[in-house]
Ligand binder design. Structure first.
Ligand SMILES: *Cc1c(COP(=O)(O)O)cnc(C)c1O
Length: 368
């Protein structure tokens, strides 16, 4: 039995009729950029998150970039980011001209370690970007306290965690401006590239609305050097359909994670992902760690089970950031995770039998 790392099949089957209807209405409307579908999705996404504003954008990277830009982050500033994040978080900082400053994650939750943040704060620090990695919220109450004490902005990177929570409050609602991605494989995914920011402050929502559309509030009048970073009407239409299923699909991911936890308890020399007791985890990924990672991955691949490594090279060791001058050993926790982590298949609609099959193959690898 082949088990792909990810599959849209079950989800797509559920929504095919609604998506087709939404596409036809979009097509017949004759209006393809910044219209009623983007407005309707922004309203629905703000309502879902219980925030005042959501602004639809081209993708998650652009959302992070515009969030920082709207907050006035620029050259000479420093922005604190986790040392084990996806490269997009770091690129967004670079786009503004600011310098990314890495801080280590906790090895159990893989999320930014609040106890290490203050040591990274200098007179140049302007913002912290907590990344809710793999679907689990960072410890947002502590992070918000640190930011308030040092007068810093917080931009949550909520790309992997739509619907996750901390102490009952949704991720993407704590920070000043929060960014998310609707890349197809995210928990809420479009059928192409898309993203958004969420915020409670009208001034920032307005700023980003202008920045995404050539720096223009009124057609052909430009008040700032903006971008073309708009959310497409058709992606907005698809996202409005898929948003209705987010809670159900997240529940499916949580159930899959519970099956993995039960099935992997005695499967071998592996470390299961830690879940903070106050975090409502939505399992964008189920990431185990093992010294035998590469061999285990090969073994599973040989048995038709797809896995991925999120991520094999931490940002500070990427060629793109050679100019920052970091070396191997500078961020040992991030490097350890990169060298040992393995993401197992998680996709809504995966059955208990699928999960048991993965677990029994892992057990076979260790116990023969
Ligand atoms: C996917 C992702 C992004 C970037 O989103 P895109 O829509 O692909 O640009 C940013 N941060 C994290 C943590 C992500 O997983």
């Amino acid at each position: 039995m082949n088990i792909p790392f990810f599959s849209f099949e079950k989800m797509n089957h559920e929504i095919k009729t609604e998506i087709t209807t939404a596409f036809e209405a979009f097509f017949d409307s004759g209006w393809y950029v910044l219209g009623e579908r983007v407005r309707a999705f922004e309203e629905a996404y703000a309502l879902y998150n219980k925030v005042n504003y959501a602004v639809g954008l081209s993708n998650g990277l652009d959302a992070l970039h515009l969030a920082l830009k709207a907050l006035g982050v620029g050259p000479g500033d420093e922005v604190i980011v986790p040392s084990n994040t996806y490269i997009a978080t770091v690129l967004a900082v670079s786009y503004t001209g600011a310098t990314p400053v890495f801080t280590e994650p906790r090895p159990d939750t893989y999320n930014i370690d609040p106890a290490r943040i203050e040591a990274c704060i200098t007179s140049k620090t302007r913002a912290i970007i907590p990344v809710h990695l793999y679907g689990q919220s960072c410890e947002m109450d502590t992070i918000m306290d640190i930011a308030a004490r040092h007068n810093l902005f917080v931009v949550e990177d909520n790309a992997q965690s739509q619907g996750a929570s901390f102490k009952g409050r949704l991720t993407g609602t704590w920070g000043d401006i929060n960014a998310t991605s609707f890349y197809p494989g995210k928990n809420l995914g479009a059928l192409g590239d898309a993203g958004a920011v969420t915020t409670n402050r009208q001034e920032w929502a307005e700023k980003i609305t202008i920045l995404r559309n050539y720096g223009s509030r009124q057609k052909y009048y430009n008040e700032t050097i903006g971008h073309n970073m708009r959310l497409d009407e058709c992606q907005a239409a698809f996202l409005s359909v898929k948003l209705k299923y987010l809670t159900k699909w997240n529940q499916s991911r949580v159930e899959i994670a519970e099956w993995y936890r039960a099935g992997l308890q005695h499967a071998g020399n592996i470390i299961l992902p830690g879940c903070h007791p106050e975090a409502g985890h939505v399992y964008h990924q189920f990431v185990i760690r093992t010294e035998d990672r590469d061999k285990l991955q090969q073994f599973l691949n040989g048995h038709g089970i797809g896995t991925l490594i999120h991520y094999p090279v931490p940002p500070h060791l990427q060629e793109a950031y050679a100019s920052l001058g970091y070396r191997k050993g500078d961020f040992p926790v991030a490097e350890e995770i990169a060298g040992t982590c393995l993401s197992l298949p998680v996709w809504p609609g995966m059955t208990e039998g699928d999960v048991q099959n993965v677990c029994s193959k892992i057990s076979l690898f260790y116990h023969g």
